[in-house]
Ligand binder design. Structure first.
Ligand SMILES: Cc1cc2nc3c(=O)[nH]c(=O)nc-3n(C[C@H](O)[C@H](O)[C@H](O)COP(=O)(O)OP(=O)(O)OC[C@H]3O[C@@H](n4cnc5c(N)ncnc54)[C@H](O)[C@@H]3O)c2cc1C
Ligand code: FES
Ligand code: FES
Length: 482
């Protein structure tokens, strides 16, 4: 039986008799690495953060802080991971640890190992050119006692420091993707193919298996709902599904591209998408979460779907029968049900570059600005001709129905009409006919219905003079009217 292997704190770990549903956090704590803490086991607190050598933008290697509570051990096969115990060299603390000590950034210390691992990523990033990115780096780490000022100051002192040590040397070599694996243990199986032919074969042999990419959604089945996932097929070993590339018409995003990889290309190619990514989860989640996982989990409050739908994205679906294309606005059939056929995967998302005659907006309404789930999210795109008349409108909402959907009646009312406040207010009242939202803990039916209307009116004000409003450095919301 093949074993699974990875490097932990510079030492090779070989395992051949362990459940495929064991998380890295469980393994660390049971193997003499208790520095890594469990707070929530669902990606919300950051106490379990460790560092993974992964691919950054341009497929160059990069150190990434990730939540060990959401990583199953087989996902690490062939990879290199460091926990807080491995950072110091003898008595010499790592600069991330030193910075926290010097600024008194720890009291009870429960959050500290996780904070250190986020600061570790901070040290080796070379794209922390503005303050909000440092806040974003830290927003996945809760601290109940110290207060965030000293922690943030430590992070600011480390941003782009890139100490010359054996960790920065690792960034000169090749990126370390996961190695192919077929691992069985007591009726459980984990496949990680690196060829499409092997993927199709595994999917045929195990039609009941669940596909897994970053696992930030699926792992909760085990860690929160206590349901086993006995058969898993990972898409992470398939290089052809990863990364972004410019096309003649826009951007092609491979399904297993992580959201932190996407951030860099979206900033220049699709600023509307970058705007939503700024409010998406935490750095640790974005370092693992993939674009494909976000769309295929078909959550009605997934944050990428409304924006990509407004941008008229098309999905490339692949199986051993070949490729077919489905517009994103026809992909979601019902609550958590998509147009994917058995044996089919999402391979890529193609997003056309919007013309300069389009006005664009993306909005997320949640109880907190950082690391929260949307009550309502929206992506809006309106094409205006030189006379100020609406040619086309794509108003896409999440959190308003069982799936992310377009407000078709409202769109129809706008087409052919002048892009003025009176017309927009009239059309906005039709959102009440487009949607019959539910009451739940994130918002009442009234709240959601009012939001849908007001977001459209806000979008009008925001884009009256320009096609896409740039967010200020420290925004308090995704809608900026001043
Ligand atoms: C703490 C926390 C915060 C979060 N915050 C947000 C947020 O702000 N906004 C938001 O939208 N989401 C959020 N999420 C949800 C989740 O992180 C995202 O939806 C993420 O993009 C899922 O990607 P993944 O690769 O981890 O998916 P996985 O967990 O690997 O897979 C999710 C589902 O998609 C299927 N799948 C994955 N890839 C493919 C593919 N290529 N083809 C076919 N099927 C596939 C899997 O079988 C599975 O059913 C959050 C999750 C956590 C734990
Ligand atoms: S234990 Fe809270 S994020 Fe992992
Ligand atoms: S120092 Fe106590 S939780 Fe952060």
């Amino acid at each position: 039986m093949p074993s699974l292997q990875f490097t932990l704190n510079g030492r090779l770990v070989v395992l051949d008799a362990i459940s495929t549903n064991t998380t890295l956090l469980q393994y660390l704590r049971s193997s003499g690495h208790p520095g890594t803490k469990e707070g929530c086991a669902e990606g919300d607190c950051g106490a379990c953060s460790v560092a993974l050598l992964d691919s950054g933008p341009g497929d160059r290697p990069a150190w990434r802080a990730v939540n060990s509570c959401l990583i199953f051990l087989p996902m690490l096969n062939g990879r290199e991971v460091w926990s807080v115990e491995g950072l110091a060299s003898g008595d010499q603390l790592h600069p991330a640890q030193q910075a926290l000590v010097q600024r008194l950034g720890s009291q009870c210390g429960y959050c500290t190992p996780g904070v250190v691992m986020s600061l570790f990523e901070t040290c080796y990033r070379q794209d922390l050119d503005v303050d909000w990115k440092v806040d974003d780096q830290l927003c996945g780490n809760l601290c109940r006692c110290t207060g965030y000022r000293p922690i943030r100051e430590a992070a600011l002192s480390l941003a782009e420091a890139v100490p010359k040590d054996h960790f920065s040397e690792r960034l000169q070599g090749p990126a370390a993707p996961c190695s192919p694996l077929h691992y069985d243990y007591q009726g459980q199986s984990y496949y990680c193919p690196n060829q499409l032919a092997d993927l199709w074969q595994a999917m045929k042999a195990h039609p009941e298996a669940r596909l897994i990419a970053g696992g930030t959604d699926l792992a909760l089945t085990v860690t929160k709902h206590f349901q086993p996932l006995p058969q898993l097929i990972s898409l992470e070993g398939l290089n052809c599904l990863r990364g972004t590339s410019k096309t003649d018409h826009g951007l092609r995003i491979g399904a297993t591209t992580t959201l932190s990889q996407l951030e860099a290309s979206a900033a220049t190619e699709l600023p509307l998408l970058a705007r939503m990514l700024r409010f998406f989860a935490s750095r640790q989640i974005k370092n693992r979460a993939t674009v494909g996982g976000n769309l295929c989990n078909a959550s009605p409050i997934g944050d990428l779907a409304p924006v990509l739908m407004a941008l008229n994205a098309e999905l490339v679906l692949l199986s051993d029968r070949g490729e077919r294309r489905v517009p994103l606005d026809r992909f979601f059939l019902d609550y958590r049900h998509t147009a994917l056929q058995p044996g089919e995967i999402l391979a890529a998302v193609e997003v056309p570059r919007p013309g300069t005659d389009w006005r664009l907006g993306a909005y997320k309404v949640s109880k907190r600005r950082e690391l929260d789930i949307s009550a309502v999210c929206a992506g809006m795109a309106v094409q205006i001709d030189p006379k100020g008349t609406v040619v086309e409108a794509r108003l896409c909402y999440g959190g308003m129905a069982a799936t992310t959907r377009r407000a078709t009646k409202t769109e129809e009312a706008l087409r052919g009409r002048p892009w003025t406040l009176t017309e927009v207010e009239q059309a906005a009242s039709l959102t009440a006919e487009d949607f019959a939202p539910i009451n739940d803990q994130r918002g009442s039916q009234w709240f959601r219905a009012t939001l849908a209307r007001n977001l459209l009116i806000g979008f009008f004000h925001e884009t009256r003079e320009q096609s896409l409003r740039k967010l200020p450095e420290r925004p308090s919301s995704t809608l900026v009217l001043s």
